[in-house]
Design a protein around this ligand. Structure first.
Ligand SMILES: Nc1ncnc2c1ncn2[C@@H]1O[C@H](COP(=O)(O)OP(=O)(O)OP(=O)(O)O)[C@@H](O)[C@H]1O
Ligand SMILES: [Mg+2]
Length: 395
């Protein structure tokens, strides 16, 4: 089946103008069925169908950090401030999301006891620190309360609920919409919770792949650390071959609603022969270009077009990154890896999302505690702080 691609009449800009349906094509719910055999098993919970979308929004938008009723596991309920009748000891708001609780518990059970949560397009990676990390890794959620806690603590997920951000094209400082979307600007973005089976991933095997106008332009390491084994030219060749074959055989003709410009993430097996699809992302600034810049990706596209018309090599500086060093028979994609341990990309000293973190004392308070315990500890700490303040005043 031919891929429907919008005709490009003018010189392309750094970013394509995306339509709402092209952005929606990158939602897990839009592509999951088509790629089910190639991706991580997932459950998608449509809050509207569940009948709890409004209640969920109320809870998410509420100022408090109270978790919905009965979201903690039975063994921990006694330690929270909620009693068995659903009322609590003070005037704290009470949120009821019983169907969502059940849907999350069912998914956790189906996937062997843990899930990796997302809301619409986005994982709450900036809030991973809020739940204690034990067996799994970041965002290892074992109860509905874990899922709620990371969603509530994340700034990232709110981007996917704001219409202007959710359906924007281009760069965040210059929000553009395709014409068909302008009149919808005030609409609410539907809420979907995606629960993926938790997989312990090895960061060096994660890759991000950039497709523009139906051309696989580039592939970048997703985790921008230096990995010695990736310096080997055979290893690079294997990465490129595996990803190019996967795109040509599995993605290109099946991701028909993506409009020809999109970014997808994959995970390679240890022997680099098997490829697992992790995610699709819109081709726009909000998707991190990692070791590329979007300007660079545009120049690769333009060079590719020129080469298709007349046989011209890639721009200076890019040819040597490609699989054929001579640049005469350059085959895309261009692979980018961190090539030296002294590369600034490989030497970040700040932890990821440091700007989203809470002060250390709040983190320390959350360690090893469920939400009820955390709330009690938090209130106690606040009360202690108030006492300290008033005794200071008395002095
Ligand atoms: N099922 C999973 N189990 C455990 N970890 C996962 C799982 N899926 C993804 N991850 C990890 O979380 C990271 C982010 O996941 P994902 O790409 O789905 O989030 P995202 O919000 O779409 O990110 P981005 O905004 O960069 O597109 C991945 O790079 C991977 O390391
Ligand atoms: Mg993504």
């Amino acid at each position: 089946m031919p891929v429907p691609i919008r005709q490009v009449e003018h010189e392309p800009e750094v970013f394509p103008l995306l339509t709402r349906s092209e952005v929606d094509a990158t939602r897990t719910s839009a592509w999951y069925e088509t790629f089910e055999d190639l991706t991580i098993p997932s459950r998608i919970i449509d809050l509207e169908t569940l009948g709890e979308e409004e209640a969920f929004r109320d809870w998410l938008n509420g100022d408090s950090i109270f978790l919905p009723q009965d979201s903690e596991n039975v063994s921990s309920i006694s330690s929270s401030s909620f009693d068995a009748t659903g009322s609590n000891s003070d005037s704290a708001p009470v949120y009821h999301l019983p169907k969502l609780n059940t849907a999350i518990r069912t998914a956790i059970q189906a996937f062997g006891g843990s899930v990796f949560p997302k809301l619409n397009w986005t994982a709450p990676r900036d809030a991973a620190f809020i739940i204690p990390q034990t067996e799994g890794g970041p965002l290892y959620c074992k109860t509905p309360a874990d899922v709620y806690l990371v969603l509530k603590s994340s700034d990232f997920i709110s981007h996917g609920l704001d219409y202007a951000r959710a359906y924007a094209s281009g760069s965040s400082d210059l929000v553009e919409y395709a014409v068909e979307d302008q009149q919808n600007e005030t609409e609410e973005v539907p809420v979907e919770i995606v629960l993926k089976k938790y997989i312990q991933m090895i960061p060096s095997r994660e890759w991000r792949c950039f497709v523009r106008d139906d051309v696989l332009l580039g592939v970048s390491q997703r985790d921008t650390n230096f990995y010695d084994f990736l310096q080997d030219s055979d290893a690079k060749r294997q990465v490129i071959d595996a990803i190019r074959d996967f795109w040509e055989d599995e993605v290109r003709l099946n991701f028909t609603t993506g409009g020809g410009s999109y970014i997808f993430d994959v995970y390679l097996s240890a022997d680099m022969t098997r490829v697992t699809l992790i995610d699709f992302n819109p081709y726009r600034n909000s998707t991190d270009p990692l070791l590329f810049t979007y300007e660079e990706l545009l120049s690769i596209l333009l060079a590719h077009r020129r080469r298709s018309r007349q046989s011209s090599p890639l721009p200076y500086g890019l040819a040597e990154l490609s699989s054929d060093a001579a640049g005469l028979h350059v085959r895309l994609p261009i692979l980018k890896i961190v090539e030296s341990a002294s590369d600034p990309e490989a030497n970040r000293t700040t932890p990821a999302f440091a700007g989203n973190m809470m002060p250390l004392d709040v983190m320390a308070l959350s360690q090893g505690r469920n939400m009820g315990e955390f709330k009690d500890a938090w209130e106690e700490a606040l009360a202690r702080g108030m006492d300290d303040v008033s005794s200071d005043d008395d002095e």
